[in-house]
Write a protein that binds this ligand. Structure first.
Ligand SMILES: C[S@@+](CC[C@H](N)C(=O)[O-])C[C@H]1O[C@@H](n2cnc3c(N)ncnc32)[C@H](O)[C@@H]1O
Length: 227
């Protein structure tokens, strides 16, 4: 059985429903590990490219899983799965997949964008999903895993909680409301390192200037917990 790296282990640990779809399954390792450990009962892997589709089919052949060749949610039916994951893609691609068939989305989603994570948080906020947890890997490359749950009641209250630490929704979308509310020393160190890096550049783009301003706001307002 394939062993998962820390990134996919973190994703797997967030999956709690028994019928799960993995969109962009590639090697199929995530579903294989979930099925082998009994964490899920049935899996659906979706791939839009032939070789990864074949790889997933080979990995999952002896397990209670189906592999489908198609574009994102195109090959899933409404209410067919209880949860889904999309991992290892940019935020823009993830949002594009989520936006194509909103009626086919399950109540629980675990998303691991490699970049443009703010786009995924904004999508969730605008489409009736609460961000119920955020976790990250430690180690040389940091990956963030977002856990979303549908709630049509009111907008996600997590962003309001940021007021208690003198921050606002837009900073929450950029840095992650849960990461900010935890006020870990680790976050302070990462932001300070990025600030030093940006300060060392002779000229900043408009986007880098915005980023710098956002970092300063967090570093000035948040009282970080010491280790
Ligand atoms: C970078 S890999 C990540 C694989 C795996 N999810 C992981 O995190 O290790 C992205 C995979 O998603 C597939 N993919 C990209 N866009 C897709 C889409 N719209 N529908 C289905 N699969 C897609 C690609 O073919 C590729 O195999």
């Amino acid at each position: 059985m394939p062993r998962l790296d820390d990134r996919l282990k973190l994703v797997a640990a967030q999956i709690e429903r028994s019928i799960h779809a993995d969109i962009g399954s590639d090697h199929g390792h995530l579903l294989a590990a979930l099925l082998a450990s009994g964490r899920i009962r049935r899996g659906i892997a979706v791939e839009n490219k032939l070789q990864p589709y074949r790889n997933s089919t080979a990995t999952l052949s002896a397990l209670n899983a189906e592999v489908r060749l198609g574009d994102g949610l195109e090959v899933l039916h409404e209410k067919e799965v209880e949860s889904l994951s999309i991992c290892g893609m940019g935020g823009q691609s993830i949002v594009q997949i989520l936006s194509q068939h909103p009626e086919r989305l399950p109540d629980e989603m675990i998303l691991q964008p490699n970049k443009a994570i703010d786009l995924v948080r904004r999508w969730a906020l605008n489409h009736g999903y609460w961000l119920i947890d955020e976790q990250s890997t430690s180690g040389s490359r940091r990956f963030e895993v977002l856990r979303l749950q549908r709630s049509t009641a009111i907008p996600d209250p997590i962003y309001q909680r940021l007021e208690t630490i003198h921050l606002n929704e837009s900073l929450g979308l950029i840095f992650g409301p849960w990461f900010l509310l935890r006020r870990d020393e680790d976050l302070r160190q990462r932001l300070t390192a990025e600030q030093t890096y940006l300060q060392s550049k002779p000229k900043l783009t408009a986007a880098s200037r915005e980023r710098m301003k956002a970092i300063e706001q967090v570093l000035c307002n948040v009282h970080f917990r010491s280790r």
